[in-house]
Design a binder for this molecule. Sequence first.
Ligand SMILES: NC(=O)c1ccc[n+]([C@@H]2O[C@H](COP(=O)([O-])OP(=O)(O)OC[C@H]3O[C@@H](n4cnc5c(N)ncnc54)[C@H](O)[C@@H]3O)[C@@H](O)[C@H]2O)c1
Length: 263
Amino acid sequence: MELAEVFRFTGMTAVVTGAGSGIGRETATVLAEAGARVIVADLDGGAAEDTAAHIVKAGGQAEARQVDVSDPADVARLVTGAVEQTGRLDVMVNNAGIMLRKPALDITPEEFERVLSVNLKGVLYGCQSAARVMKPGGSIVNTLSTIVDFSTAGTGSYAASKKGAEALTRTFAVELGPRGIRVNGVAPGWTDTGITRGRSFDENGAFDQQGFDALAGRMAGSAPLGAVATTRDTALAVLYLASQASRCVTGHVVRVNGGASMA
Ligand SMILES: NC(=O)c1ccc[n+]([C@@H]2O[C@H](COP(=O)([O-])OP(=O)(O)OC[C@H]3O[C@@H](n4cnc5c(N)ncnc54)[C@H](O)[C@@H]3O)[C@@H](O)[C@H]2O)c1
């Protein structure tokens, strides 16, 4: 296969969840740049519309869908709808995620349930729905996190959800491999997105740019490459995992974190 062919997604359909913002928005954009018709799905329907409009304006093909990944029926509708409309599903990116920063000792059952519902069960439902309709050659990519490699205070529910999603990624890779469907993960490091910016607003709703930049600097300083990942860096890793360039790669987690963790 010629190099240009390897990364050509013309005629293919990709679904990206959490595509209204951050890493998902950039992933949807990159897949569309590579030629895919992208279903841009997000809990925030307006944000999904915005991403789809941005892609279409740049000459790509995209349509927005409102979805709650913690609702299995909603996810099933998203995927079957994509197939009814385009006749196929080639790439499923289970990217939607939320963060709760709280000491593990204080997490309420409701909070724990919410984080697991989106970050872990959302990945389960996305993999199940995609696997039911995908043909051999299909690729599923789950957005995990560098948190799968180490623990930090206040990230108990998030780490549990991402570690669980990593386990699901490997299990689905084993179960779907014989059907020619690959399942991999990307583990971004600290990235400037809605999730990380959300921590830098004070009680009056003002954004602490200086504090945010200092945090970004500390994160970059802790990585061997001395840099933090951009949303584009992770989107390009997803592109690799979605493409034929990774046709012999499954059950793998690509770490996009400047070398902050290695496994
Ligand atoms: N930003 C980072 O530093 C970082 C690091 C590692 C992993 N991640 C992971 O990357 C993924 C994307 O996060 P991001 O950093 O782009 O944050 P973000 O907040 O910019 O984007 C997350 C998107 O997910 C959507 N979403 C939330 N709950 C949803 C639900 N129930 N159903 C559908 N959509 C939902 C949000 O509306 C939002 O548009 C997440 O899984 C996150 O855990 C982020």
